[in-house]
Design a protein around this ligand. Structure first.
Ligand SMILES: NC(=O)c1ccc[n+]([C@@H]2O[C@H](COP(=O)([O-])OP(=O)(O)OC[C@H]3O[C@@H](n4cnc5c(N)ncnc54)[C@H](O)[C@@H]3O)[C@@H](O)[C@H]2O)c1
Length: 355
């Protein structure tokens, strides 16, 4: 089904004064999406279970410009109340427990947030008469392991995850399809994006933030593979623009409901390439050599070997393609970490962020 739908998603007239709900509003992607939507005049209602994650919203000076609700997504009464009393028309469901190490140690909390959280939210939205557009963030991890010859993943591939975080995302993904089916008819698009990086990411179990902190001498780098695993990386501003595109187009055309969209750059970069690029931006050959010397000793356990995504369906439907090149994105990301650590003080940041 080819449908070149409208690209007017950047138009202020559409977003101005619209009530938007963002779950996981103070997370990495949520806090970036806030900037994009506020600049269009949207009214933002945000949900998160943790106020200590408000660092980036505070740093961006946006916490006081949104309606922040501290609650877990699993609290059905509160979520119902927020949706009903604020006439929510567009919802971005981003909240999730995303740390793969935490998920391995304690899968139950991850299943609770990512699975129960998703069906509780969608069940509450089912009772809303105003909702026109729901974008659910699934992940490339939901696909599970496919041989290199089958990559990039295609939207029609079966989901066959095995590890806790991956399984939790696949379950949320299936639940979204159930709610968009002819039984419930909720307007839902599901996104399966590759790894995302950029300013605002404070999850240091992810490769790029972890490596940048080591580069700043703030932390020892934790190698989780032999350097050969391939991953794809989207810059967060590309993702936010894409979210505006999807939210707008589903609002205007409910025939898009039930669609799944993959996004990545189409290129798989080895872990070694990412580390090498980060170190070379700061001209730190010794860190690169030190990490490289550990590759042979490291086996990856509980990690998918290769993952990368194409954006061809998105391009066909909306003419969308990513704008940021890896090295530009990495440079902007390094600069951001330097600024925020300088502003809040290194010790305080480390105490609060690295557990
Ligand atoms: N970052 C990536 O590389 C990436 C890639 C693909 C998909 N995704 C998906 O995008 C979404 C956002 O990811 P992120 O990197 O911004 O994560 P993040 O951890 O930075 O933000 C997630 C937010 O959700 C909140 N949250 C978690 N459980 C909750 C609950 N039960 N109730 C209320 N709030 C809860 C957390 O407090 C946090 O603020 C996630 O669904 C993730 O699976 C992320």
């Amino acid at each position: 089904m080819l449908m070149r739908t409208s690209q007017n998603y950047l138009n202020k007239n559409f977003w101005n004064k619209k009530n938007i709900l963002i779950t996981g509003v103070n997370g990495f992607i949520g806090s970036n999406l806030v900037n994009h939507l506020l600049s269009k005049g949207a009214i933002i209602h945000g949900i998160s279970d943790k106020t200590e994650k408000n660092i980036v919203l505070r740093y961006n000076n946006t916490l006081n410009k949104i309606n922040f609700h501290k609650t877990s997504l699993t609290n059905k009464n509160k979520i119902n109340d927020i949706i009903k009393s604020n006439d929510i028309e567009v919802c971005y469901h981003l909240a999730a427990q995303v740390d793969v190490n935490i998920a391995r140690k304690n899968p139950i909390d991850t299943f609770d947030s990512n699975i129960r959280g998703t069906y509780t939210l969608l069940e509450c939205l089912r009772n809303s008469k105003k909702i026109k557009s729901i974008i659910v963030a699934s992940s490339d991890k939901a696909y599970g392991d496919y041989p290199l010859s089958k990559l990039p993943y295609k939207e029609e591939y079966d989901l066959r995850p095995r590890y806790p975080y991956d399984v939790s995302k696949a379950c949320g993904d299936f639940i979204s399809h159930c709610y968009s089916s002819e039984i419930y008819k909720l307007p839902i698009i599901t996104t399966r994006f590759s790894n995302i990086y950029g300013p605002g990411q404070l999850n240091f179990s992810a490769l790029i933030p972890d490596c940048i902190l080591a580069l700043m001498n703030l932390k020892t780098f934790k190698l989780r593979s032999n350097g050969k695993n391939k991953r794809d990386y989207l810059f967060v501003d590309d993702v936010c623009e894409l979210y505006l595109c999807l939210g707008y187009n589903l609002y205007k055309n409910n025939k898009l409901s039930g669609e799944i969209f993959n996004a990545g750059t189409g290129t798989g970069y080895t872990v070694d390439t990412i580390i090498k690029n980060i170190c070379s931006i700061e001209n730190n050959k010794s860190l690169y050599k030190k990490i490289k010397s550990q590759y042979n000793k490291k086996k990856s356990i509980g990690e998918i070997e290769n993952q990368f995504m194409s954006y061809s369906k998105l391009n066909k439907y909306f003419g969308w393609s990513p704008k940021y090149q890896l090295n530009n994105g990495l440079y902007m990301t390094i600069m951001w970490y330097k600024e925020i650590f300088n502003k809040y003080g290194k010790n305080k940041m480390l105490r609060n962020l690295i557990k």
